[in-house]
Ligand binder design. Sequence first.
Ligand SMILES: [Fe+2]
Length: 145
Amino acid sequence: MAIQLDHTIVPAHDKEVSAKFMAHIFGVEYPGLHGHFAPVRIGHIAFDFDNRENFVSNHYAFLVTEEEFDGIFGRIQATGYKYGSSPMAQDNMEINTRHGGRGVYFKDDNQHSWEFVTVSYSFPGLKAADDDGGVSMPSAMAAVS
Ligand SMILES: [Fe+2]
């Protein structure tokens, strides 16, 4: 199947401040405004930050490699922002080890909840590939796709 998510809008109080902050957390370069939006490009998906006065905070979760987790978690810790181990405890300053991997949540200044896991629970057993940013699919899942 060729369908994939191309972009989504991330509402923010200050789109460029927020995009630069999240680009830093991800460890990617912020490319500057792209037309109206302040994009953060993760793989082939653009997270287009855009200013809004009022919005509902969202949840964004990412499957990352162990190495990427180390970098992202280190940068979260360096910000001094609170982080946590579950949706109900996003500020307990702990990470989780559910599903045989590591996971962490934190909220940005827009109160969006960002989650990073090394093993997917949406697709049980799925891990991020270490090489090209693609994903490796367990054989049990590959058989049904
Ligand atoms: Fe989640």
